[in-house]
Design a protein around this ligand. Structure first.
Ligand SMILES: [Zn+2]
Ligand SMILES: [Zn+2]
Length: 346
């Protein structure tokens, strides 16, 4: 096998480099060397590379955390994988021993280390991962379907917390990839009507393909007025903020005693909220941080074919063309950008 590989490395605020790195080696008995078959660019990667950063990452790490891989080599303690197996992976690696982990909340581990954020990620040809981070998937599950596993794992963390009743009206704030995943999954869970709030005309079409019943443009329409009109003046049963700065809109549009799920993340924006609006409406406001024991469920869901996100794949590029994909994401003209580190796998 060759000794160097192609990789996209985070250099400094707003800067990255498509370069070469040594192929990583197994250093612990529970680790596996994995070939990256397909990777995808996440909103988090865009946040990391923004200036100022919307999300903080460590300099000189390999970027990226969403991928489908194939096991090349396993450490001596690996029990559930063998070379040739296909896998999806949770890039967030909890410590297993802190109070949060011991209380069953490993998604908020006090010592969490995330691949592609604090340590080397997967915008490269190979990566070393611990066995516990991965879930195996069938070989006949197309890469273009399995690639959605990591974001869906995070989405599933939120889906698990919401109580969705058949026929519920859900308002999703933000029609980007995250908003589309929630639209599809909450419909699959039984939501009757899904309204999506989104200013981009480009995204509007994708929202409709994802099952949105009505796309509201908050720039040209009064969001709250439209939601009230569509819910007999009562409000949406559930509001999901897929952007991370729209709690005010969520509180205004949700019904009394309704549920608000905060999922989007932007560390560079603060806002003022009047708490009384939450108290007097008796709201349940849920935060959700990443997936939580949900990756197997996601693997089963993707393998079942019950939902698919084929229509969201806007770009298929070789890894070296990372810049093209990143710029399309920045312009809001891309949903799923798939990167292929090997020319013979596309
Ligand atoms: Zn992601
Ligand atoms: Zn922990």
């Amino acid at each position: 096998m060759m000794s160097a590989m192609q990789a996209v490395v985070f250099k400094d605020v707003g800067k990255y480099e498509v370069t070469t790195r040594p192929i990583p080696e197994i250093k612990k008995a529970d680790q596996m060397l994995v070939k990256v078959l397909a990777a995808s660019i996440c909103g988090t990667d865009v946040h990391i590379l923004s200036d100022p950063p919307g999300y903080t990452a460590t300099k000189d790490i390999v970027l990226g955390h969403e991928f489908v891989g194939e096991v090349v080599e396993v450490g001596s303690d690996v029990r559930t994988f063998k070379p040739g197996d296909r896998l999806i992976c949770d890039n967030n690696l909890p410590c297993g021993v802190c109070p949060a982990c011991k209380e069953g909340h490993s998604n908020v581990c006090c010592n969490m280390v995330a691949m592609g954020v604090q340590i080397d990620g997967i915008f490269s040809q190979y990566v070393v991962i611990p066995e516990h981070s991965a879930v195996s998937i069938p070989k006949d599950l197309p890469l273009e379907r399995a690639i959605f596993a990591e974001p869906l794992n995070c989405i599933m963390g939120g889906v698990k917390k919401l109580k969705v009743m058949p026929g519920d009206t859900v308002l999703v704030l933000g029609g980007g990839p995250i908003g589309m995943y929630y639209t599809t999954l909450l419909k699959a869970e039984g939501a009757g009507t899904v309204l999506v709030s989104e200013i981009s005309e480009f995204r509007k079409e994708y929202a409709k393909k994802s099952g949105a019943d009505r796309v509201i443009n908050p720039k040209t329409e009064d969001l709250r007025a439209v939601v009230m009109e569509l819910t007999n003046g009562y409000g949406a049963d559930i509001v999901v903020d897929a952007v991370g700065v729209l709690l005010g809109d969520a509180i205004a549009c949700v019904k009394p005693a309704g549920q608000v799920l905060l999922f989007g993340l932007n560390e560079s924006v603060s806002q003022t909220i009047c708490e009384a609006d939450i108290v007097k409406k008796d709201l349940t406001i849920l935060g959700n941080w990443i997936g939580h024991d949900t990756l197997s469920t996601v693997g089963n869901m993707l393998a079942s074919g019950n939902v698919n996100f084929d229509h969201l794949v806007t770009h298929k590029l070789p890894l070296k063309d990372f810049e093209i994909g990143l710029e399309a994401m920045r312009r809001g003209e891309a949903f799923e950008v798939i990167l292929y580190p090997f020319d013979d796998i596309r």
